[in-house]
Design a protein. Sequence first.
Length: 208
Amino acid sequence: MKKVKHIEHAYECTSNCKSDLAHSAQIKRGKAPKPAIQRSIASPSVLAKVIHDKFALYLPLYRQVNEWGRYGLNTNDKNLSNWVIRAAHDWLLPIYERMKDMMMSKSVLHVDETYSQIIRRSDGKSGQSNAYNWVYRSVPSQGPTMILFQSSLSRARFVLESFIEGYTGTIICDGYSAYDKIGGITFANCWAHYPRRLIIREELRNSA
C-alpha cells in the first residue's frame, strides 16, 4: 500500500502567443490520470484490493481500516463502504448487464433460488425473515459458463419475470410453483431433484 500524488502543472505562454491566432489559449494545464471514482483518492488497484479482501477473503471493512492504519493511512469503514458501492455501480454493473444480455441469448438456462437473511431490510421486516438469492446459470454446451445472482426480498414469481423478461428458451428448475405459467418459456425439471422424490416416496411407503 502506498500513496501516489499526481500534480497537474499549469503553464502560461509568455512569448509570441498573443499574436499567434492558432494558439489563443494562454494557459495550458497538464492532465492527471482520471480517477476510478470522481473526487476520490482510491486508485483502481486499491478498489480491487478492498473488494477482493471483503468478498473473497471475507475481511470486514473495519478490519481493513485497521490494516490501513498500520501503514499510516487514515480512513474509515464508511469511506471504504462508499467506494465499494460506487465501484460496483460505475464499473461492475455494466459488466453484469452485458453478461445478462449474453445469457438471455442462450436457449437453455438453469435457475434456482436459495434463502438468506438481511439484517436491515428495506421493507421493514425483521432481520430473521428470509430474503432470497436467485441464481441463473448457462449450460457448458453453449459457450463459457456464466453465473449471475439476483438478490430479492421475495421468492415470488415477479422476481423471476423481471429478470427473464423477453426470454424464450428452456429453463431447468425444481418443482417450485413460481417456475410455471410464464409465456414463451419451456420449463424442464432438474434431474438432480428427481432422486428426492424417490426417497420421499420410499419413506412414505415404509411409514404406511
